[in-house]
Design a protein around this ligand. Sequence first.
Ligand code: ADP
Ligand code: MG
Length: 255
Amino acid sequence: MQKDNMIEVRHVSKSFGGLKAVNDCSLLVAKGSITGLIGPNGAGKSTLFNMVAGNLKPTEGQIIFDGEDVTGLEPYQLYKKGMLRTFQIAHEFSHMTALENLMVAGADQPGESLFQSWFNPKHVAEFDMEIRKMAEDVIDFLKLGHVRNELAGNLSGGQKKLLELGRTMMTDAKAVLLDEVAAGVNRTLLKDLAANIQRMNKELGYTFFVIEHDMDLIAELCDPVIVMAQGTVIAEGPMEEIRANPEIIEAYFGS
Ligand code: ADP
Ligand code: MG
């Protein structure tokens, strides 16, 4: 078990009835990397993510997170260990401001400090101040200061994505899983999103595992890129190599 891998997927399979959505799939996500996952529709990418994040249990194989076998753990257990996936801002949070959304994400941590502070009003106030300060820092980091008091529901698609990213920063995440985060985001905000992912990676040390259809975004962000087809890994390497590989072009565009 390699200590410099954040995520290890070992011979993982997932069947839905007779269909093997993921078939003996193995891959590594190095600590500190932004690793891309691409492949045609139905390749099994989301199913693999769901297993890594604990939303689905593998039929076979193991998932190792930061050196620990986490196969079969529930999402909240993985969350506590620092493995997070972004979620669309839920309907009930759309009536809260951007800043409040971040504060809720920070306060949502199932840590003991929150539990203890529950019984002590002074601690609650201190805790609130701490969370608020952190939320302000995250807002500034993401350059969302101008919409801090805007209701989340009124933000543009791209701003919502930034806010989703911000919610992960309010927790003790080590690895962040992004499933098609660029979908429906305009070009300008896509650049902001990419820049922020890079800054979170370089300046704050987050590891990213990214499913993405936008090949330009993948090329800009990810190294290495892992290619899945028919439930398993068919190639891995820098995007230039992947793009130049005729077998991969065949897997995407072949009949
Ligand atoms: P991708 O994200 O690469 O497009 P998915 O992981 O979503 O691929 O799907 C892989 C295959 O598994 C597809 O054939 C899909 O129809 C099937 N599949 C995914 N989820 C389920 C499910 N919950 N029940 C049955 N089949 C599923
Ligand atoms: Mg998918």
